[in-house]
Ligand binder design. Structure first.
Ligand SMILES: Nc1ncnc2c1ncn2[C@@H]1O[C@H](COP(=O)(O)OP(=O)(O)OP(=O)(O)O)[C@@H](O)[C@H]1O
Ligand SMILES: [Mg+2]
Length: 268
């Protein structure tokens, strides 16, 4: 259960669907005439179907890293590949889920889930009936079959986030990027959603990169946890979570991993 520093060449040329390779990634932001480094020389390889959870203090660059993977932000230096292809701009093979589900308020649940499919152009365009059938499949996967005709304002926070997950999955992405997806939910709903996400991730066999502030959530969901340091002179760390699934939150081994993460932040 030791956290190992990342090796400089820890990634292999990615060619399998869902593999992610991040090499020598650096990103600074220029604020009031000064450059602030946010990510410095990050190297990490994520296996196809792996669940990588990113934790780090506020401002450590978690959202920035996800946005670079999504193609919403450009890196200053380095090479980022998903399924062997260099990331440049957004793409349907990389679906992002935010803390708020960002649903279209005037479109019903089914329409929100089908939305991404109907936006497609050219050879990948899906006829409306097919898009709806696919949307219904993903609604059932998140347990919302009975709410297909409901509107977003009629949903609880947890239900709305499920719709967001169904919408992201409906386009059958190679990688799911989630930025504090359950951060706005109450503790009990959050646990239900973590259980559901684990089941969905397992069924869909999709690569998952998830950001959270919640260390218990990190231990529950992750194959590996990437710890981003706030002080940029320190190297990012990777922690393997070697626990069988489904995970038992009350087991001594689970608690030990949580404590190991607390220690990473000097909070133990
Ligand atoms: N568009 C931007 N322009 C300028 N600075 C930015 C921009 N986006 C992020 N930053 C800066 O980059 C740093 C990292 O931001 P980021 O949002 O990635 O942090 P985070 O780890 O997601 O934090 P939090 O836990 O609070 O969400 C912050 O210091 C922030 O001020
Ligand atoms: Mg953030």
């Amino acid at each position: 259960m030791t956290a190992a520093a990342l090796s400089a060449n820890g990634s292999s040329p990615a060619s399998t669907r869902g593999e992610v390779s991040i090499r020598d990634l650096s990103k600074s932001f220029r604020i009031a005439g000064r450059d602030f480094p946010v990510i410095r020389n990050l190297n990490v390889a994520i296996g196809a179907g792996e669940s990588l959870v990113i934790v780090g203090a506020s401002g450590s660059g978690k959202t920035t890293l996800l946005r670079i993977l999504a193609g919403l932000e450009t890196a200053d230096a380095g090479d980022v590949r998903v399924s062997g292809r260099q990331v440049s701009g957004v793409g349907a093979e990389r679906a992002m889920i935010f803390q708020e589900p960002r649903l279209l308020p005037w479109v019903n649940v089914l329409g929100n889930v089908a939305f991404g499919l109907e936006l497609r152009q050219g050879a990948r365009k899906v006829p409306r009936r097919e898009a709806e059938a696919q949307a219904r499949h993903y609604l059932s996967l998140v347990g919302l079959t009975d709410f297909a005709d409901a509107f977003p304002r009629q949903l609880s926070g947890g239900m709305a986030q499920r719709v967001g997950i169904a919408r992201a999955l409906a386009v059958q992405p190679e990688i799911l990027l989630l930025d504090e997806p359950f951060g706005a939910l109450d503790a009990m709903t959050r646990i239900t959603m973590q259980n559901e996400l684990t089941r969905i991730w397992h069924e869909e066999q999709v690569t998952m990169v998830l950001v959270t502030h919640d260390l218990e959530e990190a231990v529950y969901l992750a194959d590996r946890v990437l710890v981003l340091p706030k002080e940029k002179h320190r190297a990012p760390r990777l922690l393997d979570i070697d626990l069988p699934r489904p995970r038992d939150r009350s087991s001594p081994a689970f608690t030990r991993y949580r404590e190991a993460l607390l220690q990473e932040f000097g909070l133990h």
